[in-house]
Ligand binder design. Structure first.
Ligand code: GCU
Length: 673
């Protein structure tokens, strides 16, 4: 115990109630070192044993014994549990008679389903539920629930704000940090079943034998928790590693190289999930370099993993500096014609919006436009454009807004129904989240950021869950069952994302961020080499007005949506105010529905965002006696930063707009004159 780190770890283990620096995430306040009895596991599997251990450690004493068993266990035969009705990874938790005894049964059709059931039971109890009439049953609505780590092999996480990469490549595969199991456990608790270990801006090195062995070591840990490992593949790897002259997907030598590489990976990782590919995007190599299509590239890789049941997730995040077309249109233009030409183990991975993870974007027009291709929705959990780790922004409402959006293609078709595969009858389906996890002790650089990891997993499992209900269960599990804490925290969370929208870019403005790092305002930036990287490209403000005309008189991006939406977005009067300047260039004195002018409404929203942050901070202050000092103090400090920076955003943005429109601040604005 000479090392202070060990002393600290010992203290945390010995007295969980004293301090919680966030390491345990939402996994229960009441972890005891004293395992409880009364949990019986039937069957030999390691995963079932993990499920039972989880319950032994974290369940309070119950009046009935708990039985953990797979649905096909002989002792459950009399119960007529239909394994299929539980879904492929689903669970059921209920009172039952097993071997002549009244028990609390935790079951599932497969081992990991039982583990999910154990976590569902803990979630239920830790959110104040009881076991009297307990009847929990659920199965995931998407097949792939995947974290995308943008982790580089040198330990730096692209757009990561919570420390170095969790993967300690240097000492892998020999040393497997116990933290990897904690990571897997946290993911399993919310149903995540896949992880892409390395950055989409991939280095070929990640496909060399030493790194395959390291990935295999991680896969060995994650497997027990139902999590498969995937890798981002660099399209030019056959040249860089294989010494070939080309990476043209139509060249048989290239296809053979990938096939051999896939075989090599599967020898080390028999349940390897497959590849994620960023091709011909932001300087990455790809099939377009050879005049081949994205489908040619994806299908060639898909053929390599197909014999092993692997998949390819091919990203649609493409835009070219040489293309004068509105950047928001380019992915659709490139991919829509390819619908129907992808192999059956390819998913096209589409960001939630057509630009890039802005605080608000309309849903990506590819959702609903490629019925013959399974689409996996990509969300960013890490807050690249929402204040990094410091600003409080609960992303549940953002995810929900996108998932609930009607595509307009068919009655009732939503982004969620496309993503779950239900709209078009695809068995492959999924959601991907760019992780916000790093080596920080609290994993995500702050307590509230953990909620974004949590809500991603829960919504990927079931996109119909409400962001508020998820916030509530997260708050209860994270802070305990004090109703004052839960109500206050949930109220703060539910308004927090809109606050960020308000003070960074209200009314559909987007991409106004400072260059490169994307932290802080930069709406005036106009000198970057690629025009579509400049904020002025997006807001198009001049003395007369502001906004990007995406109607017929402009880029006509509205035509990429289904006709009913295209019509709605074509007219500012029927465009939701939240998306107004995304679709329209309007005069500063445009009359808003409430009778005020566009300029007045903009200023009102900037002010509202700042006021909301002030209110979050004072609400948090009231919780001081109810939350451990460690987490309270860090969050309070972060809210202080956010208060200062919300003002920075508002004041800098308004000063810039005023330098263009020459208008005074409307009466009553709180911004400095
Ligand atoms: C954004 C982000 C990049 C990332 C890219 C992507 O542009 O800033 O860091 O590589 O998205 O999603 O590929």
């Amino acid at each position: 115990l000479q090392n202070p780190l060990w002393a600290c770890a010992a203290l945390v283990l010995a007295s969980p109630a004293v301090a919680d620096d966030g390491y345990r995430l939402w996994l229960g306040e009441g972890a005891t070192t004293q395992a409880r009895s009364g949990v019986e596991v039937r069957g030999e599997s390691e995963t079932l044993r993990l499920a039972a251990d989880e319950l032994r450690r974290n369940l309070p004493a119950l009046s009935v014994p708990v039985v953990v068993a797979r649905a096909d266990d002989a002792a459950l035969a009399g119960l007529r549990l239909d394994a299929r009705s539980l879904g492929s990874e689903g669970y059921a938790v209920r009172r039952a008679q097993v071997a002549g005894r009244e028990v609390l049964l935790v079951t599932g059709s497969v081992d990991v389903g039982v583990l999910y059931g154990a976590f569902a039971l803990l979630r239920h109890i830790n959110s104040g539920g009881d076991i009297a009439n307990i009847d929990l049953a659920s199965s995931p609505q998407t097949k792939l629930r995947i974290l995308n780590h943008w982790d580089n092999l040198d330990g730096v996480v692209e757009r990561g704000y919570s420390g170095q990469s969790l993967w300690d490549w240097w000492v892998l595969p020999d040393f497997k940090d116990p933290r990897y199991a904690d990571y897997a456990r946290a993911n399993a608790s919310i149903g995540i079943n896949g992880t892409v270990l390395n950055n989409v801006n991939a280095k070929a090195d990640s496909l060399t034998a030493p790194y395959i062995a390291k990935a295999a070591a991680l896969a060995d840990v994650f497997r027990l928790y139902g999590i498969r490992v995937y890798l981002s593949a660099r399209f030019s790897a056959p040249i860089e590693l294989g010494g070939l002259k080309t990476a043209d997907p139509r060249d048989p030598a290239v296809a053979a190289w990938w096939k051999a590489k896939a075989d090599e990976i599967y020898r080390a990782i028999p349940d390897f999930g497959g590849f994620l590919v960023k091709a011909n995007s932001e300087g990455q190599p790809g099939p377009r370099d050879y005049g081949a299509s994205h489908a040619d590239g994806a299908n060639m890789l898909a053929a390599a993993v197909k014999p092993h049941n692997g998949i390819v997730m091919w990203r649609a995040f493409v835009y070219a500096d040489t293309d004068p077309e509105d950047r928001a249109k380019q992915a659709y233009t490139e991919f829509k014609p390819l619908d129907g030409s992808f192999a059956d183990n390819v998913l096209v991975q589409v960001k939630n919006g057509a630009i890039d993870f802005q605080p608000r974007e309309p849903f990506h027009p590819l959702f609903g436009a490629m019925p013959r291709t399974p689409l996996i929705a990509e969300f960013q959990i890490t807050k690249e454009y929402l204040g990094f780790a410091t600003h409080l922004a609960y992303l549940g409402p953002l995810f929900e807004e996108v998932l609930d959006a009607q595509t307009g293609v068919r009655r009732g078709e939503t982004v969620a129904s496309v993503v779950t595969g239900k709209a078009d009858g695809h068995s492959l389906s999924g959601m991907a989240g760019v992780a916000n996890i790093g080596r920080d002790r609290d994993w995500s650089g702050g307590t509230f950021n953990q909620a974004n990891w949590y809500v991603f997993g829960r919504m990927a499992w079931d996109p119909s869950l409400s962001s508020e209900a998820i916030a509530r269960e997260w708050a209860a599990q994270t802070f305990g069952n004090d109703p004052v804490v839960i109500d206050t925290v949930v109220a703060m969370m539910m308004r927090s994302r809109e606050a960020v929208v308000d003070y960074t870019g209200p009314l559909g403005l987007a991409h106004l961020f400072a260059t490169g790092h994307h932290y802080g305002p930069g709406p005036w930036v106009s000198d970057l080499a690629r025009p579509e990287w400049n904020p002025v490209y997006y807001h198009r403000a001049d003395r007369q007005g502001i906004g990007f005309d995406r109607t017929r008189t402009g880029s006509n991006a509205v035509a990429q949506y289904a006709p009913v939406l295209a019509r709605r977005y074509a007219d500012p009067k029927t465009t939701p105010p939240e998306e107004l300047l995304w679709f329209h260039h309007l005069p500063w004195d445009y009359k808003m529905p409430a009778g005020n002018t566009l300029w007045e409404e903009m200023v009102r929203r900037y002010d509202r965002g700042v006021a909301e942050v002030d209110s979050m901070r004072s609400q948090w202050a009231t919780l001081r006696p109810r939350i451990d000092a460690e987490r309270w103090t860090k969050t309070d400090a972060f809210l202080g930063v956010q208060q200062r920076e919300a003002r920075w955003w508002r004041d800098a943005s308004l000063a810039y707009w005023m330098s263009i429109n020459g208008l005074p601040l409307p009466n009553g604005s709180a911004a400095p004159q």
